[in-house]
Design a binder for this molecule. Structure first.
Ligand SMILES: O=C(O)[C@H]1O[C@H](OP(=O)(O)OP(=O)(O)OC[C@H]2O[C@@H](n3ccc(=O)[nH]c3=O)[C@H](O)[C@@H]2O)[C@H](O)[C@@H](O)[C@H]1O
Length: 433
């Protein structure tokens, strides 16, 4: 390539300059290159592992407890719980691979909060569904620690790594009827697990977090006056599940009184939606209708009264959980569990839909959406802990944090069914209903 005069001269000068750079300049240049290299290397190793890489993704969705405690594990804990926004909260969500937990984790992360999940991935229902939720969340940089809320040392370790501002405690043994089969599971999770979490929050954190936790509409038990309000009596639970949730509310009062923990109980009303729980009627009714199986619809009284539930769509419940977190006041206790500085916030709210629907209507909606009839049997409600109806008055949650449910059952079930057939790869034509 012919070089013109200008280029030739310039290039010769440049070559000369390079040949005769004084030693000190070469040294400085070398140091600068090294510093840049070190900086880039460090950045790569301290930035959140790119979850698109197999190893990072596998760590984020790691199922093996041995990751609890190692350097890489600690880094995942720290990165997942670091807020993206300066004003972001740092929330520990227990039951994060559960139905309500996984939806709340995603909502908090998306708005810029730091979120760390914790879940024991038990086999109360299909653990693969929990693992799928975990994989879905890991794409958003959310780490779920595989552990049980009864593991005090693990909880203390997490608080050593991250000073969580809030705990959203959703881990529990759910399900009204299962308590007949496995009562101890309710004691393990809903009583011992809750007390363990409160013990760590009260005595092993600095500062103490504010806690929002899942109570249940079932605490209204055999009440007959509707709609149910938070000030109604709750001393007639109809199931062990309800009794453990009621006990949770009393335990919350104790830890609030002694240790100054800020505590907010949320009484969920039959929550449903995509990524839901297979142990709930709307879910297994859908499966049965698609599989041409039988479903049993309970009837109250002498088998002649409709049973109804105030079915509440998951997105409305998530808004309620976030609202409760955003209006939670700080705890007033001191590290180590000494004398609290003053009274701490203690609240309880209904999160329902304010419009109960008979179970038979739920079945009709599913039949229309799925374009198939159900093989329905109607039986008198067994003595299994179920109650004839639930109906929420939500004026308190609306007043305190703007809770306002907006999803009717047909709309919500349409979204659920759409998710269901996709998740389970079912080839069926859904009806626009
Ligand atoms: O509000 C709550 O706090 C609870 O809500 C949910 O309990 P439930 O309201 O009982 O929901 P779900 O099992 O879907 O039964 C729905 C209806 O179908 C009736 N039902 C049930 C089974 C059946 O075979 N036939 C039937 O008619 C049954 O009698 C009921 O009337 C959560 O599981 C629980 O963890 C808790 O969160």
């Amino acid at each position: 390539m012919k070089m013109d005069k200008f280029n030739k001269t310039t290039s010769l000068r440049r070559v000369r300059q390079v040949q005769f750079l004084p030693c000190y300049q070469v040294t400085i240049l070398t140091c600068l290159i090294l510093i840049v290299f070190l900086f880039v290397f460090t950045l790569n190793h301290h930035s959140f592992p790119n979850t698109s890489t197999g190893r990072a993704r596998s760590l984020l969705s790691s199922s093996s407890p041995e990751f609890n405690g190692g350097g890489q594990w600690e880094k995942l804990v720290r990165q997942s719980s670091t807020p993206r926004k300066v004003t972001g909260k740092t929330v520990l969500v227990t039951g994060a691979a559960g139905f309500v937990g996984s939806h709340c984790v995603l909502a908090l992360k998306k708005r810029g909060d730091g979120v760390l999940g914790l879940d024991n991935f038990n086999s109360y229902y299909d653990p693969s569904l929990k693992r799928s939720r975990q994989a879905h969340l890991s794409k958003h940089g959310i780490f779920i620690v595989d552990a049980d809320i009864n593991d005090a040392d693990l909880l203390k370790k997490l608080f050593e790594i991250t000073p969580f501002t809030h705990i959203l405690h959703l881990a529990a043994q759910a399900g009204v009827r299962y308590a007949i089969e496995n009562p101890n599971s309710y004691i393990h999770s809903n009583i011992a697990g809750f007390v363990n979490l409160l013990e760590v929050a009260a005595k092993n954190t600095n500062p103490q977090p504010a806690i929002v936790w899942a109570s249940s509409s079932s605490v209204y038990g055999l009440n007959t006056e509707t709609p149910f309000s938070e000030s109604d009596r709750t001393d007639r639970p109809a199931s062990l599940y309800a009794a453990t949730k009621k006990a949770g509310e009393e335990i919350a009062h104790t830890y609030n009184h002694i240790y100054g923990l800020s505590l907010t109980g949320l009484r969920f009303f039959t929550v449903y939606g995509p990524w839901g729980r297979p142990d709930m009627a709307y879910f297994f009714f859908t499966k049965a209708i698609l599989d041409h199986g039988d479903i049993t619809v309970f009837q109250a009284g002498d088998g002649d009264k409709e049973i109804a539930r105030d079915f509440t769509y998951i997105d409305d419940v998530v808004h309620g959980c976030v609202g409760a977190i955003d209006t939670a006041e700080k705890s007033t206790g001191v590290p180590g569990g000494g004398q609290k500085h003053g009274p701490a916030q203690l609240r309880v709210y209904n999160l329902g839909n304010t419009s109960p629907v008979p179970v038979s209507r739920l079945v009709s909606i599913l039949e229309c959406l799925l374009g198939r009839s159900a093989n329905k049997n109607t039986v008198r409600m067994p003595a299994n802990g179920d109650v004839p109806y639930t109906h929420a008055n939500v004026s308190l949650a609306n007043q305190d944090f703007g809770y306002r449910p907006t999803t009717d059952l047909t709309t919500g079930l349409r979204k659920f069914v759409k998710w269901y057939v996709k998740y389970y790869s079912i080839q069926t034509k859904l009806v626009r209903y």
